[in-house]
Design a protein around this ligand. Structure first.
Ligand SMILES: Nc1ncnc2c1ncn2[C@@H]1O[C@H](COP(=O)(O)OP(=O)(O)OP(=O)(O)O)[C@@H](O)[C@H]1O
Ligand SMILES: [Mg+2]
Length: 475
């Protein structure tokens, strides 16, 4: 069969699978050998299912090898998806016939889809990437893939054939963005074509096989209304946050890993006026701001020769020369902290970032530690005074045990008392008990304090009703 997607002169048959010379006994291929079990079919159903899966996996490997041998990959760049699918289908049908493998329709369809994913996509990860219900994909070696659905981690039934297969997919991802991962560079960050955040670590540092973590990119970012609907915070809290962002308070979103920091930051940014110039700086560009005037920057690690690194700090310093109204740093985790605080203190108020911390107080300690680790020699009191004048608000995000993500506290920084930064919590999430299926029962409540920024809100035209700050009495 002629095809412009086939390499010229290539046939689907590998030498081993070519018709044997007349008289010679046909030599079984590896696949045939596997497909003819030596043990009589007296296996338990799950054993049978496992064997079937193994057999299909072997067939897939063989077919994939043949596809790569036969497909003209450079011609494929211009092929449409349907052309490619029919090409794969015909090559695999020919190969299956040559291998004398008979599959039912369902198996054939599944196999062709898997082959398509192997050639064009990321193999077994492809269905998980397409599944909108999946937020995170966590691979612990070839045989174990966990996914996060509705805030809960669960083991998927998807596996890689072996470590080699997993490594091939990792390599495909990182080489597409000009990086390399191997024994001497055992870990890497990258961004998938769809914007998802990707991190991989390979053996020997990863002990039981490569570790991969993917944070899926959501085209439709959760907006303030969605977050209110999902119970992440209340409408009253949203009104307060709107005033805070619009009145250019400097906000830090604090939280644990995967607690919803970036999502919250993104949603908060919607309160920024459309005529402001915003610059965003991230290690992996995740934020999707709705405003028109946005400049996005993404830091870059060193290349294989150890050159060309551009850190978040470099971006931030450069950003200060780019006349921003506001600066948003995706996550402050190192030396850039000092420039971030300075920016917040010097005319770029209304800037925002996230930090990894478990409470507002803890967040402040994290900032102090980051400053110390950046090698800035400043007395602690001076460091604290810098923080207290730079940061106005700490919003604490948390993923609770039942998988729900909530804004568990909104805390204002009000100044210094002696050597200590003074803070006041304005809203908090109160846990009341456990419901059916381990669901946490709780409610958001105001603490009853008057906002330190009430006067500023009023001056800027945000007259928040006093009732927002009134606590609901305990039942
Ligand atoms: N309130 C929410 N309700 C439901 N899903 C949410 C909520 N907040 C965030 N998510 C989802 O949870 C996942 C993690 O969120 P996000 O990326 O914002 O976390 P993060 O704290 O920034 O994580 P990391 O520490 O890895 O950067 C995302 O897939 C996001 O869509
Ligand atoms: Mg994040």
């Amino acid at each position: 069969m002629f095809s412009r997607y086939k390499k010229s002169g290539a046939t689907t048959a590998t030498p081993a699978a070519k018709a044997p010379p007349a008289g010679a006994a046909p030599k079984p291929t590896a696949v045939q050998r596997k497909s003819a079990p030596k043990v009589p079919a007296r296996t338990a159903p799950e054993d049978k299912e496992r064997k079937r899966k193994e057999r299909l996996a072997d067939i897939k490997v063989e077919l994939h090898k043949r596809l790569l041998e036969n497909l003209n990959l450079s011609a494929l760049e211009h092929a449409s998806e349907s052309e490619l699918r029919s090409e794969i289908q015909s090559i695999s049908a020919e190969a299956l016939e040559e291998m004398s493998v008979v599959l039912n329709k369902e198996e054939r369809t599944g196999l062709n889809q898997d082959l398509f994913d192997e050639v064009m996509g990321l193999g077994p990860l492809e269905p998980l990437l397409k599944d909108d219900g999946v937020n995170d994909i966590l691979v612990n070696g070839p045989q174990q893939i966990f996914v996060e659905r509705d805030g809960k981690l669960e083991l998927s039934n998807i596996t890689f054939k072996d470590e080699k297969h997993l490594l091939r997919i990792i390599d495909k991802i990182v080489s597409a963005v000009g990086r390399r991962v191997d024994e001497s560079n055992p870990y890497v960050d990258a961004r998938l074509a769809d914007g998802s955040r990707f991190n991989a670590m390979v053996p020997p540092i990863a002990v039981d096989g490569s570790l991969v973590s993917i944070r899926k990119f959501k085209k439709e970012k959760l907006a303030i209304d969605d977050l209110v609907k999902f119970g992440a915070f209340t409408e009253e809290m949203a009104a307060y946050l709107q005033a805070a962002v619009a009145c250019r308070l400097n906000v830090i979103v604090s939280g644990g890993t995967g607690s919803g920091k970036t999502t919250t930051l993104n949603a908060l940014s919607s309160f920024i006026d459309d005529d402001e110039r915003i610059l965003t700086i991230e290690d992996t560009a995740e934020l999707q701001l709705q405003q028109t005037h946005v400049g996005r920057m993404e830091s870059r690690p060193a290349n294989v020769e150890g050159k060309g690194a551009v850190s978040q700090r470099d971006c931030l310093r450069n950003a200060l020369r780019m006349r921003p109204d506001r600066i948003i740093v995706g996550e402050t985790r190192g030396e850039e902290v000092i420039d971030m605080l300075q920016a917040m203190n010097t005319g770029h108020d209304g800037s925002m970032t996230t930090i990894h911390a478990n409470s507002a107080r803890d967040g402040v300690s994290r900032l102090e530690n980051m400053i110390a680790m950046a090698g800035i020699e400043m007395p602690l009191k001076a460091v604290r005074s810098q923080i207290s004048s730079a940061v106005n608000l700490i919003v604490q995000a948390s993923r609770l045990q039942d998988g729900s993500r909530r804004m568990v506290s909104i805390t204002e920084i009000t100044g210094m008392e002696g050597e200590v930064i003074s803070m006041q919590e304005v809203f908090r999430y109160e846990r009341l008990g456990l419901g059916e299926g381990g669901k946490i029962i709780g409610r958001f409540n105001a603490t009853g304090v008057r906002s330190h920024y009430s006067e500023r809100f009023r001056q800027w035209g945000y007259d928040l009703p006093a009732t927002i700050f009134e606590p609901i009495a305990a039942e």
